[in-house]
Design a protein around this ligand. Structure first.
Ligand SMILES: [Zn+2]
Length: 145
């Protein structure tokens, strides 16, 4: 999921995407053209109406609409976990620990918006910088300085 925007809703006029505050702030510094662009396309709530895009099978839940609660298996489960506790195994595989998928809200698909070139380039650059920054933080944490 991108930090640049969140998908808000779909209606008959298309899809409404909300640009994140962080992105809007960044974009205003990054490009002089952005405020002009924003004035034309983005309403006062930083929402942007997107008509192009497609639905893709949700990567997080692989189209199931549910995921196992992260508290249960985000640390990774091993064969032993199941062997030692058959009841847990049963519950796990019958979906007792499933929650609604947070990325598609149980819809099984996510909307991938298609932005025009200008916005697409900005978003790519933003995401790349975010990624580099996250890498740097991880590196600092790892080496402890
Ligand atoms: Zn999903």
């Amino acid at each position: 999921m991108s930090e640049a925007f969140t998908h808000i809703s779909s209606d008959s006029s298309g899809h409404v995407i909300m640009l994140s505050e962080k992105f809007v702030e960044w974009a205003e510094n990054e490009s002089e053209l952005f405020s002009d662009y924003a004035e034309k396309l983005i309403d006062k709530d930083d929402k942007i109406h997107i008509s192009k895009g497609e639905f893709e099978v949700c990567e997080t839940c692989r189209g199931l609409g549910t995921v196992v609660h992260p508290a249960i298996d985000s640390q990774g489960l091993t064969q032993e976990d199941f062997q030692e506790d058959p009841e847990f195994r049963e519950d796990y595989f019958t979906g007792k620990y499933d929650i609604q998928c947070p990325d598609c809200n149980g819809l099984r698909v996510t909307f991938k918006p298609v932005f025009d070139e200008f916005l697409k380039e900005l978003i790519n650059k933003f995401e790349n910088e975010e990624y580099q920054y996250a890498l740097e933080l991880a590196r600092e944490r790892y080496y402890g300085y």
